[in-house]
Design a binder for this molecule. Structure first.
Ligand code: ATP
Ligand code: MG
Length: 491
């Protein structure tokens, strides 16, 4: 088990060693042992010990103890590796009865590591490793399940899900993250207990849902949640898209289209907000579907407006932050922004940027790509999309103008004593020409010096220089736009 010991960060070893030297047992336990066996970097490190919370706190300088479950947070301030900044140490616990499928009625400490492993959710999460003795304790076949890629409940599955129904979501989340399959008996019990998820807090459900969406296989996970019977407790509105046939541009029903869009965002490794927006982008379609005799097809007019409202409600219900709710519902609201790039104007593009915000325009384009792939069309970035990106970049970039200069009109007046009037504009444009020739000249010192020269010129001479500056500016603008178009292969 040298292999395991070498993977343990120094900050964590220091803690187990301190406990052991003080005469206590100390095990690294749970998900982090599983992750080490899989060669994955653990997200956090948990230690379990026969020391009491007070005894643990007595051994370390910087600790905190806030919950009712005996967990002591040991702080490694300034550690580079974020996963070890707070290491949790918890006394061996046995859990009392659960009368609410949510929280144990009581928590008791134990002197036996075996008790602690027994209360854990899945065999792969019920492994413990003792760095002092190098023993890997595996009471439930967790090593075998880890290498076979199987998620299996510890003990009697139905009992375990009835104790804490969040475990049903944890099963789906962990299987999505690790690409594991769920053992049949365990899966059956998840179905049996699905209704109990109604009693779990929205915040706990949200946290697991976030991890499902951020996993590599979110589409399979949402389908699994639907088959198990828990999707209705997470995002009920998605279910309305099942069997809702779309128009001829689509190969899939609304439900599958939303999921495929999400999966594409995951395949690209795109961020959470794009993924969530992709999952929800057509959530307004079932409510807006109308048959058109004229077109002999279904229409979904206004589904993005309805959809933005539904998305907002759905995310509020799951207690997402205001920022996430606003961003995602705004993306849903504007996801239909596309129109013919031959006809769309730069000012229309600017309007879209104003609607979604500069920070989200890139995500809107990504959402559009997901939407397209989600219909079953194979090509991601046809010409019109690249053209659109080029226009967005054009709209976003700062224009070339006298505003770029290190001096402004007021500076000119202060430095030269000139009065407000057309001469100021000519002087600034003359400076702009200098700066376009060599951007290094754009300092207050250089330009001030230059201004003193310009100040001595007649109106006629200044007009000439100013006009030359404007021409140079127009040429530079045209050059910039050409560069952008080249970048997107649309010139
Ligand atoms: P990750 O750290 O990647 O989220 P994890 O499995 O380590 O995955 P944690 O929430 O860190 O999940 O929990 C640590 C361990 O605590 C788990 O591996 C498991 O042994 C136990 N555990 C967590 N939640 C539950 C639960 N609801 N029921 C039973 N045991 C649980
Ligand atoms: Mg963990």
């Amino acid at each position: 088990m040298e292999l395991l010991r070498n993977q343990i960060p120094a900050e964590v070893s220091r803690i187990t060693e301190t406990l052991t030297k003080a005469g206590f047992e100390a095990w690294i336990v749970g998900g982090c042992v599983r992750d080490m066996l899989l060669g994955r970097r653990p997200k956090d490190w948990d230690i379990t010990t026969n020391a009491t919370p007070e005894q643990i706190q007595g051994l370390f300088e910087n600790t905190f103890y806030t919950n009712d479950f005996g967990t002591v947070g040991i702080v490694n301030e300034g550690a580079e590796d974020e996963s070890v900044r707070i290491v949790e140490a918890t006394p061996y616990r046995t859990e009392g009865k659960y009368s609410d499928a949510r929280r144990p009625d009581s928590v008791q400490f134990s002197q036996h590591i075996e008790d602690d492993l027994k209360r854990r959710d899945f065999t792969i999460n019920a492994l413990a490793y003792n760095p002092a003795t190098q023993q890997l304790l595996d009471l439930y076949g967790g090593i075998k399940d880890t290498s076979a890629g199987i998620l299996r409940a510890v003990g009697e599955p139905e009992e375990r899900f009835a104790e804490d129904a969040l475990r049903i979501m944890r099963a789906i989340r962990i299987s999505a993250e690790l690409g594991f399959s769920i053992e049949e008996h365990t899966k059956e019990a998840m179905k049996q207990c699905a209704g109990q998820l109604a009693r779990i807090s929205k915040e706990r459900i949200r946290d697991e849902f976030i991890r499902i969406v951020n996993s590599q296989k979110p589409m399979d996970a949402v389908i699994l949640a639907q088959n198990i019977g828990i999707l209705g407790y997470i995002v009920p509105e998605l279910q309305k898209g099942i069997d809702i046939e779309q128009n001829q541009a689509h190969s899939f029903d609304v439900f599958e289209h939303n999921l495929r869009s999400l999966q594409h965002a995951a395949d690209k490794g795109w961020g959470f907000e794009v993924r969530l927006a992709a999952l929800l982008h057509d959530i307004g379609k079932p409510a807006s579907r109308r048959w058109s005799d004229e077109k002999h097809d279904w229409t979904f007019h206004g589904h993005e407006v309805v959809g933005a409202k539904i998305a907002k409600k759905t995310l509020e219900n799951l207690k997402f932050t205001r920022e996430t709710i606003d961003t995602v519902s705004t993306l849903v609201r504007w996801h239909m922004f596309f129109s013919d790039p031959d006809k769309i104007t730069l000012s229309a593009v600017r309007r879209i940027i104003t609607n979604v915000g500069r920070d989200h325009i890139e995500n809107l384009v990504k959402l559009r790509i997901c939407d397209r792939i989600g219909t079953g069309r194979p090509k991601e970035q046809p010409f019109r999309l690249r053209k659109y990106q080029a226009m967005i970049e054009q709209a976003l970039r700062d224009p070339i103008s006298v505003a770029m200069l290190a001096v402004n009109g007021k500076d000119v007046m202060d430095i030269t004593g000139e009065k407000a009037g057309p001469r100021l504009g000519w002087m600034l444009h003359a400076l702009l020409e200098e700066v376009l020739d060599d951007p290094a000249r754009n300092t207050k010192e250089y330009l001030s010096q230059k201004l003193l020269d310009l100040h001595t010129l007649s109106d006629a001479e200044l007009i000439k220089l100013g006009e030359a500056g404007k021409e140079k500016k127009d040429a530079a603008e045209a050059e910039d736009i050409k560069d952008i178009e080249k970048k997107y292969f649309v010139s």
